[in-house]
Design a protein around this ligand. Structure first.
Ligand code: DGL
Length: 254
């Protein structure tokens, strides 16, 4: 592995930009290949087998491109495929994300909490273990079927209607919201419009730190002085996705 080689990062679409943005804050000189798998979007309703097959193909592509690390910037794919991918490719550095429920346990244990994630994440064994381990007994879990899809689509009105319909009942009681899907940080403002002034928890920051620690440990940090390049690839070649990805990359403050 070479210090200058790229880091491969993928999600079912552009949601992983919220993870890349956190990584860029502490690893700005790396080169990145971002793979938005919009052809297979959404991942949230797929079976374990389907997700594993999809992720396996993407990981193989990154290995062919000699990526020095692979980031699964999707909670659903992380929950269902990370373990098996690490077993299949033990030589590779594979970094996965998980809903930041441990942070609630560590910093805001006493408060009413809502975990929002895809159906796939919530039904996974990995999530069940996380939840059981850090349960603060004041937590509600919401499988947000279809939400990542409408965020991906970028239709503001549909997002507002969805949130009104599904989140209103929690208004006034919930103080912490765990954003357990990498698309959800893109709609923090809209979530607050329904729930009020809640505190958000997002696993992207811990993932970024973990990635940096591993690269450091293996002496793989790119030590060039210049900012790295970001190469965006969308599996259905969508120009619309590409434009939105770069727009978020420029503007997003997480
Ligand atoms: N962004 C993904 C996640 O973090 C999944 C969205 C989807 O395709 O359902 O779970």
């Amino acid at each position: 592995m070479n210090k200058r080689e790229s880091i491969g990062i993928f999600d079912s679409g552009i949601g992983g930009v919220t993870v890349l943005k956190e990584i860029l804050k502490i690893l700005p000189n790396e080169n990145y290949i971002y793979y938005s798998d919009s052809k297979n979007n959404p991942y949230g309703d797929k079976t374990d087998k389907e997700i594993i097959n999809i992720c396996d193909k993407i990981v193989k592509k990154f290995i062919e491109q000699k990526c020095k690390a692979i980031v699964i910037a999707c909670n659903t794919a992380s929950a269902k495929a990370a373990k098996i991918l690490r077993t299949r490719y033990p030589e590779e550095i594979i970094i996965a994300i998980e809903p930041a429920y441990k942070m609630v346990h560590d910093y805001e244990y006493e408060k009413e909490t809502l975990i929002m994630a895809t159906k796939g994440t919530i039904e996974s064994e990995k999530f069940y273990k996380l939840y059981k381990k850090y349960d603060n007994h004041k937590t509600q879990i919401l499988a947000c079927k279809g939400l990542a899809d409408i965020i991906e689509e970028g239709n503001k009105e549909k997002i507002q209607i969805y949130l009104q319909r599904n989140l209103s009942k929690y208004g006034g009681t919930i103080k912490n919201v765990v954003l357990g899907c990498t698309h959800y940080p893109l709609i923090k403002k809209e979530i607050q419009e329904v729930l009020g002034n809640v505190k958000f928890f997002n696993g992207a920051n811990s993932l970024a730190k973990h990635l940096k620690d591993i690269l450091k440990e293996k002496n793989l940090i790119n030590d060039s002085e210049k900012n790295g390049k970001i190469n965006f690839i969308d599996s259905s070649n969508s120009q619309y996705k590409k434009q939105r990805f770069y727009k978020y990359l420029e503007k997003l403050v997480i």
